[in-house]
Design a binder for this molecule. Sequence first.
Ligand code: GDP
Length: 196
Amino acid sequence: MNPFQQLSFTVSVARLADLPASEREVAIAGRSNAGKSSLINTLACRKRLAYVSKTPGRTREINFFRVAAGRFVVDLPGYGYARVPLPVKEGWQQLVSGYLAGRPSLAGLVLLMDVRHPLTPLDRQLLAWLTPSGKPVHAVLTKADKLSRQGAARTLAEVRKVLEREAPAVSLQLFSSFTRQGVDELAERLATWLEI
Ligand code: GDP
């Protein structure tokens, strides 16, 4: 059985001091609109699970979803809205960089990027915050259905080449919430990291 069908929303956290106790967790990050909520819902085979992360006041918080005892999938706040005021951007930066740099239970980061707009400066910033920790990153190119099969394969190869140069420890896959392409590959990766 897919263990992620067990995902249930546990808590929203706005400050590092409020992070819950956890044995192992995986974090999911990406630009706003990259398809993060859809991916979490697809993984859990649920329609509205990740809508909690979109409710007013929670979009800028870290949302915890429990998958098994002491194991969590962590939804990091989306980034990249051009019109967000500076203090909000700084708040996001402090929360996310602090979380990535100093969370002992974090087993790995899943970085979502729209297959049509991969590796933006903020995506690279996120990678840079995690790099000193030596923790693994799995990059997921979302909305693969928006491109032809050949187009998606070409983008995958191009992004792989860049990552091999800049961040050799990063693995990479295509994903679509609409066709469920890549969902098993992603679930396997997360289960391995979470040891479930
Ligand atoms: P979030 O802001 O990162 O949580 O993104 P959402 O999951 O809310 O998705 C943003 C938009 O992209 C919505 O209009 C979704 O319907 C659309 N979307 C999400 N995943 C996919 C996908 O796999 N394929 C396509 N074509 N559209 C998607």
